[in-house]
Ligand binder design. Structure first.
Ligand code: ASP
Length: 425
């Protein structure tokens, strides 16, 4: 039987009937997305497959090939529809571009942007896409050079006329890349990061819904760097998070991403595409495109724990580090023993930002003695900024200026929505 991606099929296995849309599948298997939103995968030689509705583009599939699922390396032309907004989709790797290698059981990044576009036929109704491969890596392998390469490519695409950008990215460090681009690019169009927690060939993969919601945001009025991912564990809506306020808060759930110390910018309804917003945001065209590259990699986060040896700070001071973020306790504290080392960092003209391991809430070092002593030693209160956001901000600020006083004053400012005046939640 011939079937291809996008077809509606009935599958009978041991007397049970399943119906759904054919998804990208591994050789010898068929994966379908059922009405419930869950995916199911079957070994082709153990089931009976009936084609119910032909919805694919090219009838080139057969059970003898790659499960009859169309795969293309160069589909951008075919999926373009004139008159729709022009969106560039930049792929970097991660689970959204991955499938299980059944020989090893490991998930590896193997799809390009064009493969992702071909795999999700609904996208062609939303925009006119151009695919571009930046890398095919798991996001734990990203570094500050990767952020800068990505930012440069995004800027080139906007200059070339893209009306919105989608960056497909591994979820583990997506928040760091989103923060880096938030500081490096002033954007007139949406820049949307999207990933998936479960690869395309797994039951309950979130890749298609996340990508479709991301496309809706990419053509919207929200001209900010945002992360768009599942809002709940169901296939109902995605949340739109500001790049500087978002964090991955769960290892495996589909709704792992949460805005911290802020409401999400809004939500996108999966079935209707409707976008609802909850807080103010920068509108399309409000800002002119501006690219401000530059990242100082020699910065680190140090987590304070009870009884922690303060000489750990000496390592950074004497090894050429240019800035530190401390994850303190509660309102932003370290023990009294750490104060002389903080003073030493200040004397070495090394900015030290204090954040809290509570994550939720705002730093206030004026309440307890230890906090006051930290401020006297020159520590900068990170306000309600996440530790990871503070780290990338520090790296970016130190990539912009050599002047210590100027760096400190930039670090105290809200530069890209990372400090909110009044903390939500
Ligand atoms: N380790 C993967 C990555 O961040 C996980 C994912 O993409 O969800 O690339």
């Amino acid at each position: 039987m011939e079937f291809k991606q996008g077809d509606w099929v009935r599958i009978e296995k041991n007397g049970t009937v399943y119906e759904g849309k054919v998804m990208p599948s591994m050789e010898g298997y068929i994966t379908i997305k059922m009405k419930s939103g869950y995916n199911a995968g079957f070994s082709i030689d153990k089931v009976r497959i009936t084609l119910l509705e032909n919805n694919g583009e090219i009838a080139n599939g057969s059970n003898g090939g790659r499960n009859g699922v169309k795969e293309s390396k160069n589909v951008t032309e075919k999926i373009s529809k004139p008159g729709l907004p022009k969106i560039a989709i930049l792929s970097t790797g991660g689970t959204i571009a991955s499938k299980i290698d059944y020989r090893t059981g490991a998930v590896t990044s193997q799809f390009t942007a064009d493969d992702i576009l071909a795999a999700i036929p609904e996208l062609k109704e939303i925009a006119d896409f151009k695919g571009r491969v930046i890398s095919s890596i798991l996001s734990e392998n990203m570094d500050s050079d990767s952020w800068q390469n990505l930012a440069k490519a995004v800027v080139e695409e906007i200059e070339a006329g893209a009306e919105g950008i989608i960056v497909t990215h591994g979820t583990d460090t997506m928040m760091y890349s989103a923060v880096a681009l938030s500081f490096m690019i002033e954007t007139p169009v949406p820049i949307v990061f999207v990933g998936s927690q479960r690869s395309a060939d797994r039951p309950s993969s979130d890749n298609a819904m996340n990508a479709i919601c991301a496309a809706r945001v990419a053509i919207s009025d929200i001209a900010e760097v945002v992360v768009v991912m599942h809002g709940t564990t169901s296939d109902d809506f995605c949340e739109i998070h500001r790049g500087t306020k978002v964090r991955k808060m769960h290892t495996s759930r589909r709704d792992a991403f949460k805005s911290v110390n802020s409401l999400p910018i809004g939500t996108v309804d999966y079935s209707t595409g409707e976008i609802k917003t909850f807080i103010d945001y920068t509108r399309r065209g409000e800002k002119a495109l501006k690219f401000k590259p530059g990242m100082e990699p020699k910065c680190a986060i140090v987590k304070f724990t009870p009884g922690a040896d303060p000489t750990v700070l000496d390592y950074y001071i004497s090894n050429g580090y240019r800035g530190l973020v401390i994850e303190g306790t509660g309102l932003g504290h370290v023990s009294t023993k750490w104060i002389p080392l903080l003073q030493k960092a200040g004397d070495a003209k090394m900015p030290v930002i204090v954040t809290s391991q509570c994550l939720n809430g705002r730093i206030c070092d004026r309440v307890y003695d230890t906090g006051r002593d930290m401020l006297k030693a020159g520590a900068i209160e990170g306000e309600d900024t996440l530790p990871e956001t503070s780290l990338v901000k520090l790296m970016w600020v130190l990539g912009q200026t050599e002047d210590f006083e100027k760096a400190v004053s930039m670090l105290r400012e809200d530069l890209s929505g990372e400090i909110t005046e009044c903390t939500h939640k």
